[in-house]
Ligand binder design. Structure first.
Ligand code: GLC
Length: 545
């Protein structure tokens, strides 16, 4: 068999947050058949594939990230036949399909956790999870000082007095990955979905599976929120060396399938580890293929901060022979159109950011709604669903604002997301009518048209996708500029043009002398082929003349 095509090296993948993408029914919750029905949108958008968030059996305490049966579909989202139909249909469009694996924890409704509760302290059933006796005279204090990512203690006490660990909600007990049955069960899950024909996996919380086995106290938690990168504040809970052998094992399984039929599959990690060198360890040649570069997602709106994040991630991943995997948004973070500023400023920056992202070397993940420039929605308190809201003592609004069902068409809710009479599971705000796919498709200045154009160019221009990036040092202060050389990369296209990407993060016009041709701009710019006038918060793609 020849060399397998590692299709992900220049792919653009699209995150489908299934609850909020498209509802084929009337219950106001998105589902698998809904995704099938909207594949034409993704095809037209020009992405290479999708990652679908968890659709497995779940009581939905964390909206599907609390899995009670990893090898079946929750009736809310459809059934296995609906999944198979979606996969077949997606493949017909040439779209790859990645599913989400949630290996750090199960649901507290998982049969193994129920059995562990029933069997009592000291039983072999309890060993699949992390049960411990408490401290204090009557064991009334938790075994250590760990806190949950969602707020509150990371331990919950059960009726017989023992405590179990949950790095997330109490409904999400952590597996004990030292147990061979836990490993075997997850390997069976990996094989199950590979047997169904998936093209890969996005893996939840890759850096969390193995904990310091002594479970020592973490340093005193800092006041206020610990940000997404937690391994410095909580050195005993995250990024332990023992996680890597799990991914080596999964890599072996995936390679076994790929060798068998010549179809390459991909493993993508959700690894919130700040140090780029520690992060790169997850994508060593015998582990995951990709891991999100969250340093760019968390970087402020500043050309200098972007350059540092991009340089560091490229350098660290290159050391292990992997690409950096770019992402600006997902269902856990504030949408870029609001994160980078309010109103028109935020949207302008989000559009510029997307264009720069799509010019970087390596794979890119888009989050549903980014192609519409959707803002973060201020979901009214009584409609909030994310467990973070209650667990933070109503301090943090949670993540619902990034998860509001997509507006497809029409003038009022549900905007084509569900059947007309249905009420979406999160309320859609006033003003969504201007942002629907239908409304934007016929507006040449819309974000949808911009993203479609960028993706079409990314396919057409040999300089984009994989390949080298060369920083330009002639950019004005507050600007980021780099070249993507095409020459020499494609022997059959020796004259393919290079591409230059310039992004301004300043709030005044910037004038630059760069001879060339305008390929695409996130906003109207002034350009006579030599002198480029970039308005604030704008990205352009230029080709040589
Ligand atoms: C990941 C998911 C997030 C979920 C958490 C616990 O960070 O992206 O949505 O709440 O893991 O599974």
């Amino acid at each position: 068999m020849g060399v397998m095509h590692r299709w992900w090296l220049d792919a653009v993948l699209y995150e489908v947050y299934i609850r909020s993408f498209a509802d084929s029914g009337h219950d106001g919750v998105g589902d698998l058949t809904g995704v099938s029905s909207r594949l034409p949108h993704l095809h037209e958008l020009g992405v290479d594939g999708i990652w679908i968030t968890p659709f497995y059996r779940s009581p939905m305490a964390d909206h599907g990230y609390d899995v009670a049966d990893h090898r079946d579909v929750d009736p809310l989202f459809g059934d296995l036949a609906a999944f198979d139909a979606l996969l077949t249909e997606a493949h017909r469009y040439g779209l790859k399909v990645l599913v989400d694996l949630v290996p750090n924890h199960s649901s507290n409704a998982h049969p193994a956790f129920r059995a562990a509760l029933a069997a009592g302290p000291g039983s072999p059933e309890r060993d699949l999870y992390i049960f411990r006796d408490g401290h204090g005279e009557n064991g009334q204090l938790p075994p250590n000082n760990w806190v949950s990512v969602f707020g509150g203690p990371a331990w919950t006490r059960v009726a017989d007095g023992q405590w179990y660990l949950h790095l997330f909600a109490p409904e999400q007990p952590d597996w004990d990955w030292r147990h061979p049955e836990v490993r075997a069960d997850h390997e069976a899950t990996v094989r199950f979905w590979l047997d169904h024909g998936v093209d890969g996996f996005r893996i939840d919380v890759t850096h969390g599976l193995v904990k310091n086995s002594v479970l020592p106290d973490n340093p005193q938690p800092p006041a206020g929120d610990i940000a997404f990168f937690r391994e410095r504040a909580e050195p005993h809970s995250w990024d332990q060396d023992g996680v890597h052998e799990i991914y080596q094992r999964w890599r072996t399984i995936v390679e076994e399938y790929s060798r068998h039929d010549g179809r390459a599959r991909v493993l993508v990690g959700e690894t919130w580890v700040a140090d780029p060198h520690r992060l790169a360890r997850y994508v060593r040649p015998d582990e995951l293929h990709l891991t999100f570069a969250f340093a760019l997602l968390t970087a402020p709106w500043s050309a200098a901060a972007w350059r540092t994040a991009i340089t560091d991630d490229l350098a660290a991943t290159a050391e292990v022979g992997a690409p950096a995997t770019w992402v600006l948004a997902n269902h856990d973070v504030v949408r870029p159109a609001s994160r980078y500023g309010d109103g028109a400023t935020g949207l302008r920056r989000a559009r510029a950011a997307l264009l720069t992202l799509l010019a970087l070397p390596g794979p890119v993940f888009l989050y549903q709604g980014d192609e519409l420039g959707l803002p973060q929605v201020d979901v009214p308190p009584d409609a909030r669903q994310d467990p973070v809201w209650e667990r933070s003592g109503r301090q943090s609004p949670g993540r619902d604002g990034a998860r509001v069902p997509l507006p497809w068409s029409g003038l009022r809710s549900p905007y084509g997301f569900s059947a007309d009479a249905a009420t979406p599971w999160l309320p859609q705000p006033e003003g969504f009518a201007d942002l629907t796919v239908d409304a934007q498709a016929s507006d040449p200045m819309s974000t949808l048209v911009l993203v479609r154009s960028a993706l079409a160019l990314r396919r057409a221009l040999p300089a984009l996708g994989g390949g080298p990036l060369r920083w330009r040092d002639d950019a004005a202060p507050g600007c980021l500029a780099f070249d993507r050389p095409a020459v020499g990369r494609l022997p059959d296209m020796p004259d393919a043009p290079d591409l230059t990407c310039v992004m301004s993060t300043t709030d005044t016009d910037v004038t630059l002398a760069i001879p060339g041709r305008l390929v695409l701009a996130s906003n109207p710019v002034g350009y006579d082929g030599i002198t480029l006038t970039l308005p604030p918060d704008t990205t352009v793609w230029l080709a040589p003349r």
